[in-house]
Design a protein around this ligand. Structure first.
Ligand SMILES: Cc1ncc(COP(=O)(O)O)c(C=O)c1O
Length: 462
């Protein structure tokens, strides 16, 4: 089956096992909905990316995008596997430090950072604050001077590079809200260099978007940053420490050809895959076409190349176990509906972006998945479904599962590690589910309990 991953996501005794642990047993023991994360898978994902990249350029660093999933146990696993971290708020900075990252492992993005957040980042002496506007750069210079510190900053650029991803997930277009536009870049560089007592200009940053289907946008972003870094060095002698290519490395979500066949080209977005090593090879070759002299070679060799992958690290390490709680068959449409105990409140991208998550049976996993069902979540909201009610054709109308499913059967929603736990809501008064981590040694460790009703009203007054 396309979704199986040897040693991690497998069928044993007819049903789904995660790291050798029976998903059905976990559902029985802990109840559903239930998030299950695999520490080994998180670490394998980080190591695979690092090894593949560093074979080509030893100075590659991965700054895991905490926004994808900032559970402390996940941050710790990512750190132990050799990654650094990217944060987007004071809260994520706090969590990263709590999870044991050293300040020099942390980069900080954000379009709307507060004075307090900037002060926290400057005081902590993090690796880079990725500056999103000229106004913010001035703010940092003033703040750092007042604190008697020299802030490490990188300039976030918005170079008008298109990708084939969802419009809301493209972030290098001039119509997006991010970064400094090409006309602002020289001013940003000048300002940073003119305030070198309070600002240490360490890098440049471009994030082209999320689930980016091809590598070309990265190659273009790198070529642009490399030209700037080289020109800066030649004109002023200032050497940048890094260029940062952001996140957006894609994940295969669609494990069923029928999905791609039904939703056509958009379905390919959920099949995207490319190799980070091949990207780096192509980027470095192009860089040397721009300039081959000794100084350029040295600059390139010393240059750290950062990536900020989120979903590529954590998506397939997370599974959501859900139970069928209700069922109806409509003779008029001949549809059988399965009502699950989780939907868009835990999988918000399913409604924001019509995101596809593959669903399989967790207790009858080995049986043919050939029967079409309409899947719906529990919310009192017509949009809480696993298909696209607007018919914009990015989600398939039906999911294929074993014949004759009943109330009480357990399903598994795959590849749900990213942008779920980090974005879920208590809509309709539904407590957050419990979260388990299967540790590298195979132990099942609860890392966050299911919320109680009392949790839903904590801190409120009547
Ligand atoms: C600046 C930045 N870096 C990294 C990421 C992580 O993206 P992904 O999870 O697609 O790798 C994002 C997400 O949108 C981002 O905005």
């Amino acid at each position: 089956m396309g979704w199986e991953i040897a040693g991690y996501r497998e069928i044993k005794g007819g049903h789904l096992h995660l790291d050798g642990v029976s998903a059905r047993r976990l559902a029985e023991h802990y109840g559903t909905p239930l998030f299950v994360f695999s520490e080994s898978r998180v670490k394998a994902n980080v190591r695979e990316l690092l090894e593949s990249a560093r074979r080509v350029h030893p100075r590659v660093r991965l700054c895991y995008a905490a926004k994808a999933n900032s559970l402390l146990a996940i941050l710790r696993a990512v750190r132990e596997a050799g990654a650094d971290v990217e944060v987007n708020s004071g809260g994520e900075l706090y969590k990263a430090l709590r999870a044991g990252f050293r300040p020099e492992q942390i980069v900080f993005n954000g379009v709307s950072k507060t004075f307090e957040e900037l002060e926290e980042a400057i005081r902590a002496e993090i690796d880079a604050i990725n500056v999103d506007s000229l106004a913010e750069l001035e703010m940092i210079a003033t703040l750092a001077e007042r604190l008697g510190k020299r802030a490490n900053v990188a300039l976030r650029l918005v170079p008008e590079i298109e990708t084939g991803s969802h419009a809301g997930l493209q972030t290098a277009l001039l119509t997006s809200k991010f970064g400094l536009s090409p006309s602002e870049i020289p001013k940003g560089i000048q300002h940073a260099l003119a305030h070198s007592r309070s600002i240490n200009l360490v890098g440049l940053h471009v994030h082209v978007g999320s689930q980016t289907p091809t590598r070309e946008p990265y190659a273009r972003a790198f070529a642009m940053m490399w030209r700037l870094a080289l020109a800066l060095y030649r004109e002023t002698g200032h050497r940048l420490r890094h260029v940062n290519l952001g996140g957006g490395l894609p994940v295969i979500y669609a494990h069923d050809d029928r999905v791609v066949a039904e939703v056509g080209e958009r379905g390919q977005l959920f099949r995207a895959a490319w190799d980070i090593g091949a990207l780096l090879r192509a980027m470095l070759e192009t860089a040397l076409e721009v300039a081959k002299d000794r100084a350029a070679r040295d600059l390139l060799e010393d240059l750290e190349i950062l990536f900020e992958p989120g979903r590529r690290v954590i998506a397939d390490a997370g599974t959501l176990l859900v139970t069928i709680r209700n069922l109806k068959t409509r003779s008029e449409t001949r549809d059988t509906w399965l009502f699950l105990d989780a939907g868009t409140e835990l999988l918000p991208s399913m409604s924001h972006y019509k995101w596809y998550y593959h669903v399989i049976s967790a207790d009858r996993t080995a049986e043919p998945h050939e029967t079409p069902y309409k899947l719906a979540g529990p919310l009192c909201d017509g949009g809480d479904v696993y298909f696209d009610i607007e018919g914009t054709a990015q989600l398939p109308a039906y999911r294929f599962l074993p014949e004759g499913l009943r109330i009480g059967n357990v399903l598994a929603v795959l590849d749900v590690g990213a942008y779920t736990v980090a974005q879920m809501s208590n809509y309709n008064g539904r407590p957050f589910p419990a979260i388990l981590l299967i540790t590298s040694s195979g132990d099942v460790r609860p890392i966050r309990p299911r919320q109680s009703y009392e949790d839903l009203v904590r801190g409120e007054s009547v």
